[in-house]
Design a protein around this ligand. Sequence first.
Ligand SMILES: [Zn+2]
Ligand SMILES: [Zn+2]
Length: 345
Amino acid sequence: MKAAILKNKYELSIENVHIPEIKNDEVLVKVSFVGICGTDIEMYEKKTFFNFDFPIIIGHEWSGVIEKVGECVKDFKAGDKVVGDCHIGCGKCRTCISGYYENCDEGIIGVGCSNLWGGALREYINMPARHVYKIPEKLSLIEAAMVEPSVIASYSVDVVGICKGDIVLVTGTGAIGFFAAQYAKYCGAGKVILIGRNDIKLSLAKKMAIDETINLKTQDLFKEIGKLTNSKGVNVSIETSGNINALYDVFKLTGKFGRISIVGCYTENLTNINIGDFISKDLLIKFIGSTGGGKNFKRMLYFLSEKIIKGKELITSIYDFNDIEVAFKEKLTQTNNIKTIIQIN
Ligand SMILES: [Zn+2]
Ligand SMILES: [Zn+2]
């Protein structure tokens, strides 16, 4: 089968490899679509905050069709359309049993992010059956490949909670930012404000019932938030951009008794933080770092299929598997791009 092998930084090519053997508790999935995540780009550039070795098969946002199932698999059969988790847990430890298998006590295995489990940029992927989910009939395979960022986004909102009427600030106009903004609105936010640097991306917000947008390049962020919050600051901030300056802004823009969810991953550390500023505002701060929320997979598949949140609108380009190198190179330079999808089969 064909697989995209990342051999070194900026060295991605398609090669022939063996179709994976499956264990008794696994399924073999013919991969249909794979979304390119910010993490994939960071791995392509070897600018990650976590360690991994080359060569590696990346890609963790995927959908596909089951080709065959292991002897012990009862809930799936060949032909089922599925998506999969981006972490593999042992399934037995206290953390896995409580649903947080992405933080398994036996060790963290990220699909396509660690060399322990190859990613989805290949024609077939093997997955333990406990880590795959059926796609609802109404949802297309391509849109189903958008579920993983929506899961992360929903988790990032759930961990801080939304009270009816909250003013919610979301920084970052990647897929996670758009999903977090939509989900916060669904959860009862009174006003959701999306912050970005690109008018083309920000203009999508209107189609998604996101109330306000601020373009950092052309507007004064602090003045605009002041106007929108009566100078009180926002109740909730969700930082998805991964830009350390956005994080400093969020600390200042969040008001008293505010809650901050930090989804971005940063290669720089925070410096010159005045803890007194946090204490005087009684802030709740959660660092989740683009992971977690596996328990939300089924729910978000349902939300996408019922259009409670919109995913298709965020797909800005689709490439054939053979053009994978072009896709990655363009992703580095195209600023209007939100989600690039690779069609594998
Ligand atoms: Zn991702
Ligand atoms: Zn475990």
